[in-house]
Design a protein. Structure first.
Length: 250
């Protein structure tokens, strides 16, 4: 995928467990580090887990600037197909853009995903200033980063300090396509949303639940975490609720 060195801590994670698999996806400008505790908890619960590193993440912002939403989708599809080849059922979960990709996969592969757990997923950012950069002819190559929105003191996300503007265009494309796919999603869904989030507006949680085609869907509010909830005060609860959800639908 790349000849660039991977940042320490940004490596992908994989664990072989039982016949139920779960694909875990990190977020925009982040890395598998933000999801490693979560993935390890799922593995300890007996699941077969794959946490890939998305193209352009965990290396340099310059590499991310030449990566696309299609690259990120292909990376996840490869892991999804590998899990489908070895597991009886496959669930998908992800944080932030990883949650958006979770929804995308469930819509694109309707009937093949056993259930989804999007965590602070985005289908709208409600940010005219950011949207205005996407195709502006004088836009800078990068803007300040969005990582480490964490309530718990002393915890840091391994994410880029900047957001490459070409990647912003890709994110908006992904969100728009995913939103259109939501009515096609028919699998059980646990939509996890932080009550206070300084990156993705919390309104995304109720909106996603409203637009999902699923009949079995639930919104779980987090009261003690900001955006990177999988590293925050609710990280144990997220893992517990996810395991309970997967067991209930396996």
């Amino acid at each position: 995928m790349t000849s660039l060195p991977i940042l320490a801590g940004a490596e992908p994670f994989s664990a072989d467990g039982g016949p139920v698999g779960v694909l875990v996806c990190h977020g925009f400008t982040g890395s598998p580090q933000s999801m490693r505790f979560f993935a390890e908890q799922l593995a300890e619960g007996g699941l077969t887990v794959r946490l890939p590193r998305l193209r352009g993440h965990g290396t340099t912002p310059e590499e991310m600037s030449v990566s696309s939403a299609e690259h990120w989708i292909r990376d996840l599809e490869a892991a999804f197909e590998e899990l489908r080849g070895r597991c009886e059922k496959v669930f998908v979960t992800g944080l932030s853009m990883g949650g958006t990709l979770t929804l995308y996969l469930a819509g694109a592969y309707a009937g093949q995903v056993a259930g989804i757990i999007p965590i602070n997923a985005a289908i709208t950012l409600n940010s005219p200033d950011l949207a205005g950069l996407a195709f502006h002819p004088a836009a800078p190559p990068a803007v300040p980063g969005v990582g480490s929105d964490i309530k718990k003191p002393g915890v840091t996300e391994l994410a880029y300090p900047v957001v490459p503007v070409p990647a912003v265009r890709q994110l908006y494309t992904l969100m728009a396509v995913t939103r259109e796919l939501l009515p096609r999603i028919n699998c059980p869904a646990l939509v996890v949303t932080s009550r206070e989030d300084h990156v993705v507006p919390p309104m995304n949680g109720p909106l996603i639940v409203e637009l999902l085609g699923s009949t079995d869907k639930r919104l779980l509010w987090l009261e003690e975490s900001y955006h990177v909830a999988t590293l925050d005060n609710d990280k144990e609860r997220i893992a517990e609720e996810t395991l309970a959800f997967i067991r209930a639908h396996s």
